[in-house]
Design a binder for this molecule. Structure first.
Ligand code: KG4
Ligand code: ZN
Length: 344
């Protein structure tokens, strides 16, 4: 049974966790940086990198102490090596390299998106490959067929903004604060979702992709009229997102040989109404629905340690010369969704 230490530092959470390959979480240390970034209304890369540098070593010490282990008891050290804010990624990766070098244990360079993508298998031992994954985070909105560790086929992606980005920008426009996703969800819970007419970008389009930029602009215009309550705009926005996700996923499901399970992962997977819609959609399609618990949806070290455990089990380790990657698509062969300016 392998014991893996996992480090995460690609955005604004610094985290270290220890997971065993039998799916036991031995420890889970995490420090958010909301207070560092709140005044700016978003994550400031340079501030994030400095905070990761201060927090990472103490968090590794905490993770080891909480698990009652020393570095010698660990079989491998995994760290997010991209994609993400490069300064932060480098802090975690360099720390992992130093620990690997000092202990003589192998390094595992984890794709942060693979951390999200495999996290449902940590909590559900019956979730087998292949599965259909909706990966929704601050930087991504993709529908992927997960064929195995390191083997992804991208079926759809956003042609402009990521879903989490749309939530964050909506929160900013509405003055709901930072981080935006949970704030919009809370406001939406007490709003009327039918009060504010908002568009459903790409709904009904004869292509599989997602789009959210037009929705965000419509939120801005609706807010500027001064006619609507903030809670009603939030609720109408969230419903529009849910409609779009439902329509776009259905489009793909109508055209593929659907795997047995529909899985959601990434920070936006913490949104309860989105989870409820996906659960219903899966039931209608006779698919199993798997979603990580809310704490495992947003960035954390456990998912990186678990992805490390999956890779370690297959003999996949990396050299200490592994270079951090600001961009690192899960499916490098996927064609651009549309023209230039599209995020991978
Ligand atoms: O996966 P994650 O923690 O970091 C990235 O890798 O991007 O995702 C963060 C994103 C943010 O955009 C945040 O606003 C969004 O996930 N998010 C939510 C919720 N919780 C986090 N969006 C909607 N509803 C939520 N409850
Ligand atoms: Zn993430």
């Amino acid at each position: 049974m392998a014991i893996i230490l996992g480090l995460e530092s690609s955005c604004d959470e610094t985290a270290a966790a220890i997971v065993r390959s039998d799916r036991t979480i031995l420890s889970h240390a995490l420090a958010g940086q909301e207070d560092h970034h709140r005044a700016f209304g978003g994550v400031v890369p340079e501030i994030a990198a400095r905070a990761h540098a201060e927090l990472m070593t103490p968090l590794v010490e905490t993770a080891l102490a909480d698990a009652g282990l020393t570095l010698n008891d660990v079989d491998a050290i995994a760290a997010t090596a991209g994609p993400g804010l490069i300064g932060g990624v480098m802090v975690g990766l360099v720390t992992a390299k130093a620990l690997a070098m000092a202990s003589g244990k192998p390094l595992i360079a984890v794709n942060h998106l693979e951390g999200h993508a495999l996290s449902p298998r940590l909590i559900d031992a019956d979730l087998e490959f292949p599965y259909l994954l909706l990966l929704v985070s601050g930087g991504h909105c993709q529908l992927l067929r997960v064929n195995g560790v390191g083997d992804y086929k991208r079926l759809a992606t956003t042609i402009d903004d990521a879903v989490g980005e749309a939530f964050d920008k909506t929160a900013k426009i509405l003055g709901l604060g930072f981080p935006g996703g949970p704030a919009v969800e809370r406001a939406a819970a007490i709003g009327n979702a039918n009060n504010v007419p908002l568009p459903r970008p790409l709904k009904g389009a004869d292509e599989p992709h997602f789009s959210f930029a037009g929705l965000k602009s419509a939120v801005l215009r609706a807010h500027e009229t001064g006619q609507y309550r903030v809670e009603d705009i939030a609720a109408s926005f969230q419903l529009a997102v849910i409609d779009c996700l439902h329509d776009r996923i259905s489009y793909t499901l109508d055209r593929i040989d659907a795997p047995a399970a529909l899985v959601v992962a990434g920070g936006v997977a913490a949104n309860v109404p989105i989870r409820e819609m996906l659960e219903k959609l899966a039931a209608q399609r006779s698919m199993r629905f798997v979603a990580p618990p809310l704490w495992l949806c947003t960035d954390n070290g456990v998912m990186i340690a678990w992805a490390g455990a999956e890779r370690f089990g297959l003999g996949l380790t990396d050299g200490l010369d592994f270079v951090a990657r600001p961009r690192w698509p899960l499916d490098p062969h996927a064609a651009p969704a549309r023209g230039a300016g599209v995020k991978a």
